[in-house]
Write a protein that binds this ligand. Structure first.
Ligand code: 5AD
Ligand code: SF4
Length: 429
C-alpha cells in the first residue's frame, strides 16, 4: 500500500544514516528487508512465496541477512522465525529506528526482533529517501496507526493506535520536496480526517494542515488518502474548494452500500450519511472525482445487502474503486465474534458483479471527459512509446499526450480527444 511505500523510504533513510548502502540489484545485497502487508490473506501468501525465492540468494551468500518488517512482522512476531529459518530480523512498524541495531545483532549469529508498538512514534524528523524516482510526486506520511476498529480490519492491531505527526515537520518536508523539483505530494494516513496536533496557539486539524501544505506554492499539487466517511466534514470540502492546487479527487471508502453491513463492520455511518457526504462533495466541487473501496461477502451478507452495494455504486457513479473479497483476519472483532459464512463461490460471484459494474462506471466517467480541457502534471514517459508522455488531471486520471516540447514536471493544458477504459488520450492546447 502507499503507507508501506512511504515507510520503506523512512527505513532507507534510517539505514543509510548508519552506513548501509542501497542497491537495486538484489543479487548483490547483504541485507534484504521485505516490507509486508497483512490486510488480506493473499497479501501474506505472496510474502511467503517471496521468502522461498530468497533461499537461493542465501545459498549464494551465506552472510545474507533477511528481515521481515511491517504489518506481517507485527502480526506474527517471532513465530515468523520459527516458521521460516531463513528470516533473521523481524521489525514491526514502530521499530524501524532499531533496524540498524537489529541487523548488527545478527552478525554474531543471533536473531534481531523488535515488535514493540509505540504511542508516539511518527518518524517525524526523518527525511525519507525517495525510492519512487519520477522526481515529481511523493508520499508524505502525516499520521500513523488507526483507532477506528472496523470489525474486519487488522490494521489497528498491526500499526497500533492513531498518532499525528508534528505539522512543522510535515511542512518542512513538503518545502524540501518542492525545492528539489517535486510538484505533487500525497498526504498519507489511515484516516486523515482525524489528524490533530495540539499546540500552544490551538490545535491544527486536517483542514488547517492541508491549507498550510497547499500554501507552499500554487505550483504544488496536494492530494490525500484515506478519508473516513464518518469524519468527512464540510470544512475540509470548503478548504479544498478555496484552493485550486488541492486536487479534485476524494477517496472515500464505502465498504458496503447496506446500512446493516456497515453496522456489523463498525463503520459508524449509514448509507444515508454516506450519500449525504457525497452530495456535499458535489455541492462544493462539482468536478471532483470520487473513488472508493468495497468489500464483497462480509459475514452474513445477503443478496439484498449485495444489491445495496451495487445500487450505491450506481447512485454515486464512482470514477474508480478498489474491490476485494472479504478475507477473515485472525484476532479481529469479526474473526472473534462473527462467522465467515458467505461461501467462497458466492463471494467470487458478487465481487465479479461489482468489478463489472465498476468497469462500466469507469468507462462512462472517462467518456464524459472526452472533449473537455484539463491541466495535467507530466509524470513520465508513456509505457507504450518514448514519443509520448503521461500525466494526471487534478481528478487523478492518467492522460497520454505526444511529447512535443514538454518534459517531466511540466504543467500542460490538454484537450481530451479519446479514451480507453483505463486512460484518456489528449493533445496540448
Ligand atoms: N478483507 C477484505 N478487504 C479488507 N480491507 C481491509 N480489511 C479487509 C479484509 N479483512 C480493505 C478495505 C480497506 C482497504 C484498504 O482494504 O476495503 O478500505
Ligand atoms: Fe482498517 Fe477501518 Fe482503520 Fe481503515 S479505518 S485502517 S479499514 S480499521
Amino acid at each position: 500500500c502507499q503507507m508501506n511505500a512511504a515507510d520503506s523510504e523512512v527505513v532507507l533513510s534510517i539505514m543509510q544514516k548508519e552506513g548501509f548502502v542501497y542497491t537495486e540489484n538484489i543479487e548483490r545485497a547483504d541485507v534484504i528487508l521485505v516490507n509486508t502487508c497483512s490486510i488480506r490473506d493473499n497479501a501474506e501468501q505472496r510474502i511467503w512465496g517471496r521468502l522461498k525465492e530468497f533461499v537461493r540468494y542465501k545459498k549464494a551468500n551465506r552472510a545474507l541477512i533477511v528481515g521481515i518488517i511491517g504489518c506481517m512482522a507485527e502480526r506474527l512476531k517471532d513465530s515468523i522465525i520459527e516458521n521460516h529459518n531463513l528470516v533473521d530480523v523481524v521489525a514491526g512498524p514502530d521499530a524501524y529506528r532499531d533496524l540498524p541495531a537489529l541487523v548488527r545483532q545478527t552478525e554474531s549469529g543471533g536473531k534481531g526482533i523488535n515488535t514493540m508498538l509505540s504511542r508516539e512514534e511518527t518518524y517525524a524528523e526523518i527525511s525519507p529517501v525517495r525510492l519512487d524516482k519520477n522526481g515529481v510526486s511523493a508520499f508524505v506520511s502525516i499520521m500513523r496507526g488507526c483507532n477506528n476498529m472496523c470489525s474486519y480490519c487488522v490494521v489497528p492491531y498491526t500499526r497500533g493506535g492513531e498518532r499525528s505527526r508534528d505539522p512543522q515537520t510535515i511542512v518542512r518536508e513538503v518545502r524540501e520536496l518542492f525545492d528539489a523539483g517535486y510538484r505533487e505530494v500525497t498526504l498519507l494516513g489511515q484516516n486523515v480526517n482525524s489528524y490533530k496536533w495540539d499546540c500552544e496557539g490551538g490545535a491544527v486539524d486536517f483542514p488547517a494542515l492541508i491549507r498550510m501544505v497547499a500554501e507552499t506554492s500554487p505550483l504544488l499539487r496536494v492530494r490525500f488518502a484515506t478519508s473516513h466517511p464518518k469524519d468527512m466534514c464540510d470544512r475540509l470540502l470548503e478548504t479544498m474548494a478555496s484552493m485550486p492546487n488541492i486536487c479534485r479527487c476524494i477517496h472515500l471508502p464505502a465498504q458496503s452500500g447496506s446500512t446493516r453491513m456497515l453496522s456489523l463492520m463498525n463503520r459508524r455511518y449509514t448509507r444515508e450519511w454516506y450519500l449525504d457526504r457525497i452530495a456535499a462533495i458535489r455541492r462544493y466541487m462539482p468536478d471532483c472525482s470520487i473513488t472508493t473501496d468495497l468489500i464483497a461477502g462480509f459475514c452474513t451478507e445477503t443478496e439484498q445487502d449485495h444489491e445495496d452495494t451495487l445500487s450505491l455504486m450506481r447512485e454515486v457513479g464512482y470514477d474508480g474503486a478498489y474491490m476485494f473479497k472479504y478475507s477473515e483476519r485472525p484476532n479481529t472483532k469479526a474473526a472473534r465474534h462473527m462467522e465467515d459464512d458467505v461461501p467462497e463461490e458466492v463471494k467470487t460471484a458478487r465481487l465479479t458483479q461489482i468489478i463489472e459494474l465498476q468497469n462500466s462506471l469507469s468507462e462512462r466517467s472517462n467518456r464524459a471527459d472526452v472533449g473537455r480541457e484539463f491541466e495535467i502534471l507530466i509524470e513520465g514517459e508513456s509505457k507504450r512509446s518514448s514519443g509520448q508522455l503521461f500525466g494526471r488531471t487534478s481528478q487523478n486520471k492518467v492522460v497520454i499526450i505526444d511529447r512535443g516540447q514538454h518534459s517531466v514536471g511540466d504543467y500542460v493544458r490538454v484537450k481530451i480527444t479519446d479514451c480507453t477504459s483505463a486512460t484518456l488520450l489528449g493533445e496540448s492546447v
